[in-house]
Design a protein around this ligand. Structure first.
Ligand SMILES: *[C@@H]1O[C@H](CO)[C@@H](O)[C@H](O)[C@H]1NC(C)=O
Length: 220
């Protein structure tokens, strides 16, 4: 009897896990659903409005230029070139995207999260110190130094970063599990929100002097 109950509980949890997994990553329901801006020319809706599949072209599934090094002359010394549904309309409903990241020597892709996607990153050139931090209460840092050919995973929604610790440029390609992963850059969201978060919130949350909060808010 007890064993039977255990089996029932286990089966229920497995069923729950499977149903959550299915709910999490919806099927596209059709072969193609090229995103289209004009709803009058749209036929199906599953994500963005989609183009009549008969009118889909190779260009709808194409992007060029990811071999081009990007300008990293900015305060953090890194530049992300996204290739998601905004660049390839044919990615609509398909649940994946990618990005190229260029890093100047000692350049940083600052702490950020992707609210809708896990990321898997491969280093094509250079040496990166990368890491992510698990949620409360552990806040455990899982980090590693990566070299050319190394691959690392950043689980969905966790804060992560990459720092070029080499004295040459570095390049990485990331693949992400969403057509539109989203990005929240922590410093910009917290200290650079529009309108600004009250300094009373930030002084207490970060245990900082008001002057420091004013300075940080003016920097972002
Ligand atoms: C890179 O960007 C910086 C800052 O915007 C600019 O001054 C510089 O001319 C750019 N360099 C190239 C090669 O485009």
């Amino acid at each position: 009897m007890v064993r039977g109950v255990h089996f029932l509980v286990a089966a229920t949890f497995m069923g729950l896990a499977f149903s959550l997994a299915y709910a999490y990553d919806p099927s596209p329901l059709q072969d193609t659903c090229v995103a289209i801006d004009d709803p009058k020319a749209a036929v199906f809706v599953n994500g963005k409005f989609c183009k009549d599949p008969k009118l889909a072209t190779p260009e709808d599934f194409f992007f060029s230029g990811l071999h081009i090094p990007r300008n990293t002359s900015n305060p953090v010394g890194s530049t992300v070139t996204p290739v998601n549904v905004a660049q390839i309309a044919g990615l609509n409903t398909l649940g994946i995207s990618m990005a190229r990241v260029d890093y100047a020597p000692y350049g940083l892709n600052p702490p950020h999260t992707h609210p809708r996607a896990t990321e898997i990153l491969v280093v094509l050139k250079g040496t990166l110190y990368v890491g992510f931090v698990t949620s409360n209460p552990d806040n455990r840092l899982i980090s590693k130094v990566l070299n050319k050919g190394d691959v690392f995973v950043f689980p969905i929604s966790l804060i992560h970063f990459q720092l070029n610790v080499g004295h040459t440029n570095a390049v990485a390609i990331a693949a992400l599990g969403s057509q539109n992963p989203g990005v929240i850059t922590i410093a910009n969201a917290v200290f650079g929100s529009n309108p600004p978060i009250s300094a009373d919130v930030l002084t207490k949350a970060f245990q900082l002097d008001k002057n420091v909060v004013d300075y940080l808010q003016s920097s972002f």
